[in-house]
Design a protein around this ligand. Structure first.
Ligand SMILES: *[C@@H]1O[C@H](CO)[C@@H](O)[C@H](O)[C@H]1NC(C)=O
Ligand SMILES: *[C@@H]1O[C@H](CO)[C@@H](O)[C@H](O)[C@H]1NC(C)=O
Ligand SMILES: *[C@@H]1O[C@H](CO)[C@@H](O)[C@H](O)[C@H]1NC(C)=O
Ligand SMILES: *[C@@H]1O[C@H](CO)[C@@H](O)[C@H](O)[C@H]1NC(C)=O
Length: 640
């Protein structure tokens, strides 16, 4: 048996002298035997390395490269073959028992030009590594179980196109950020590791042209292909060889063989050079264009060296500056206080995750900057989209508060912020809890659409990343009671803060009010006292232009109070709240609230004499519904 796959190719005998010595009749038999053997041998390794032979001399001026570039090139070539295998067999890796055969087939293919590049010993890969990958994932199904549909869809939308130019950059950037959070863990192999999986997957199953397409291969595997030409040559060569054998003309057969072999040699040399040249700059392997790393000089120029006139926001974590980048685009530059280099790695990771989250109601991250600066200390900066209309805080209480928002604008902002938050809670895996929803974190874009800012950043407060679990991030007045008191953090903590912001938006009053006796009064307690009296419309800011209908305005007050309910289980999810806002579904009943923690004796006595019904009375006569039942109805409407 000719086990060695070198025989796979009829025209590639290892020792041509032997063939030459044979008589024509034997050579026909020999040829047939080899062909039959080849069919059975090729079943051993399921990978089709022959697709690599489609390379041709696209870069004839290539220079000799070093060994590590050769190893990289071989690795990329393998990934291309694995991607084709995933497409045809729905598997990422060949079975373990075929790994030895696969290496031989691979090395035969790479060395077909007569070179002798032993990938395993030169690059330090052991035999089994060709069958090993990331986190035991071997099949398409296993990958899809781990990487959720949402992430795969965003990969598809970036990569299902002709991958040239900026489309290529967009696809590479998406693949190197979005799916990687689901593939965290140790790769079992350094040949095909967790970062390679999304690329292999996208080339095979998301891009409509497939891995062997010229643009796809060049973009994702850094391999330039020259299709067709080579195939024609092969057919011509086969034809020559067959004719030679049939005529029994040994001489012409041999001539054909040597001619073919020379052509192959030239081609293969070109191929190897070709793969190599793409590895001249390993750092550009995954150009991450959507997330830019800025130098501290860029940032200083953009913000006029952090000039105080450029400050557009002051927060617990540091200042926010308006900046103009060299390309003329206006950005918001957020500079974190008191950083040390220790948290840099997790900062970069977090920034990558955040930059992959894009939604029309979220502020997009454009880039970051990290730099040791001797006098000012270690710098950690993020660069975001600039929002020309400032924050909701500016419009309600700040520089633009004289220009009151009309009812339509308020509704649009309310729905926008709920959508942004719903995206973070529902569509990002794992869900992101914002922790610091407040009026100054709701920004307004040029169309007055709400954009939630600062998500995913609660960890990077000046205290650093080490105290995350013990420290309550958030702002007085907005933090949910269970989070403030018990440190219990869930998506519903954000729903509480959302309810508070919604009340601010409706009433034009701040979360923490001061009454005549300069005691603190929380906006939810104030609003609830009005609702209980049956005057829910008094919650709404007076003298608003174009007010809504009383029913609509009352509805929003109720939604806000429901969201900002002190008891966790009474609050809807943000998805449910959004649905109530966007529909005319009946409002759930709002369970009575406990008295404020700082209520005085008088209040407590008054409450004791009036409570009992636990119902609010409504000006427009809303029906009461049990919270539970209504939430269930809401969810089933959506098929969940
Ligand atoms: C190799 O392993 C696969 C599954 O891992 C099995 O289906 C196949 O029969 C094995 N082949 C041989 C020759 O042992
Ligand atoms: C792969 O890992 C092995 C050991 O785990 C190491 O010896 C080898 O150098 C690594 N190869 C590459 C190309 O990093
Ligand atoms: C991979 O599978 C092996 C056994 O099948 C198991 O012991 C190991 O924990 C798995 N590794 C991962 C990362 O799931
Ligand atoms: C890619 O786009 C084509 C049409 O352009 C479509 O038929 C195909 O289903 C898409 N593939 C994926 C994975 O979205």
């Amino acid at each position: 048996m000719y086990k060695n796959p070198i025989w796979h190719h009829p025209s590639l005998p290892e020792n041509p002298q032997e063939t030459m010595a044979l008589k024509p009749i034997f050579s026909i038999i020999f040829f047939l035997v080899i062909s039959i053997c080849c069919i059975s041998v090729s079943a051993e390794c399921p990978l089709n390395f022959k697709i690599l032979s489609n390379f041709s001399e696209t870069i004839s001026t290539a220079k000799t490269r070093n060994i590590s570039e050769q190893c990289q090139a071989a690795r990329q070539g393998l990934h291309l073959v694995l991607s084709e295998y995933l497409l045809t067999d729905s598997r990422f890796l060949p079975p373990t028992n075929s790994s030895s055969d696969c290496w031989e087939a691979f090395e035969t293919q790479i060395n077909a030009s007569g070179s002798s590049f032993d990938i395993r010993s030169s690059c330090g890969y052991d035999t089994l590594s060709i069958s090993e990958g990331c986190l035991n994932i071997t099949t398409r199904k296993e990958f899809e179980e781990r990487v959720p549909l949402g992430s795969r869809q965003s990969m598809a939308s970036a990569c299902n196109q002709t991958l040239t130019g900026s489309a290529c950059t967009e696809c590479s950037a998406t693949l190197s950020t979005s799916p990687t959070i689901y593939l965290k863990g140790n790769s079992t192999s350094n040949l095909t590791d967790c970062t390679s999986y999304p690329i292999i997957y996208a080339a095979a199953l998301l891009n409509k042209f497939g891995p062997t397409d010229e643009n796809t291969a060049e973009c994702l595997f850094f391999i330039a292909l020259g299709l067709n030409q080579d195939k024609k040559n092969l057919a011509w060569v086969y034809g020559t060889v067959a004719a030679g054998v049939l005529l029994g003309a040994m001489v012409s057969g041999l001539l054909g063989f040597f001619y073919w072999k020379r052509r192959r040699a030239i081609k293969k040399r070109a191929l190897v050079e070709d793969i190599r040249i793409h590895f001249a700059e390993p750092s550009s392997m995954h150009p991450n264009s959507t997330l830019v790393r800025f130098s501290i000089e860029d940032i200083k120029v953009a913000t006029k060296n952090f000039h105080r006139d450029n400050i557009i926001g002051v927060g617990g974590f540091g200042n926010v500056y308006k900046g103009v980048l060299s390309d003329g685009s206006v950005v918001a530059v957020k500079r974190f206080k008191n950083c040390s280099p220790a948290g840099d790695a997790s900062f970069v990771h977090e920034v990558q995750v955040i930059s992959s989250i894009r939604h029309r109601n979220l502020v997009a991250l454009k880039g970051f900057c990290m730099a040791p600066v001797s006098i000012e200390g270690h710098q950690r900066i993020i660069v975001c989209e600039y929002m020309p209309n400032g924050s909701l805080h500016d419009h309600l209480f700040g520089r633009w508060s004289h220009n009151r928002l009309d009812w339509g604008a308020r509704c649009k902002i309310a729905v926008g912020m709920a959508r942004g938050l719903a995206y973070l809670h529902r569509d990002v895996q794992p869900a992101i809890i914002h922790r610091d929803i407040k009026a100054s974190n709701i920004l307004l874009d040029e169309n007055f659409d709400a954009r939630v800012a600062d998500f995913g950043l609660a960890k990077f407060t000046p205290e650093g990343v080490t105290h995350v679990s013990t420290r309550v991030a958030g702002t007085h007045g907005y933090v949910a009671p269970e989070y403030a008191l018990y440190g219990q953090l869930t998506e519903k903590s954000d729903v509480y803060s959302f309810g508070v912001v919604l009340l601010e938006l409706l009433s034009g009053r701040k979360a923490l009010l001061s009454n005549a006796q300069s005691q603190s009064l929380h906006i939810t307690d104030w609003a609830w006292s009005l609702v209980r009296k049956g005057s829910s419309l008094e919650v709404i800011e007076q003298d608003m232009e174009d007010p809504g209908t009383p029913e609509a305005m009352e509805r929003y007050v109720m939604i806000a109070l429901l969201c900002a309910h002190p008891q966790l289980h009474c609050r809807p999810t943000i998805d449910q709240a959004l649905k109530i806002m966007e529909s005319d579904l009946p409002l759930p009943h709002i369970p009575d609230r406990p008295l404020p923690l700082i209520a005085d004796l008088e209040d407590i006595e008054r409450s004791a004499s009036t409570s009992g019904s636990g119902q609010y009375s409504s000006a427009s006569g809303y029906q009461s519904y049990s919270t539970e039942k209504s939430f269930n109805a809401l969810d089933s409407q959506n098929g969940r």
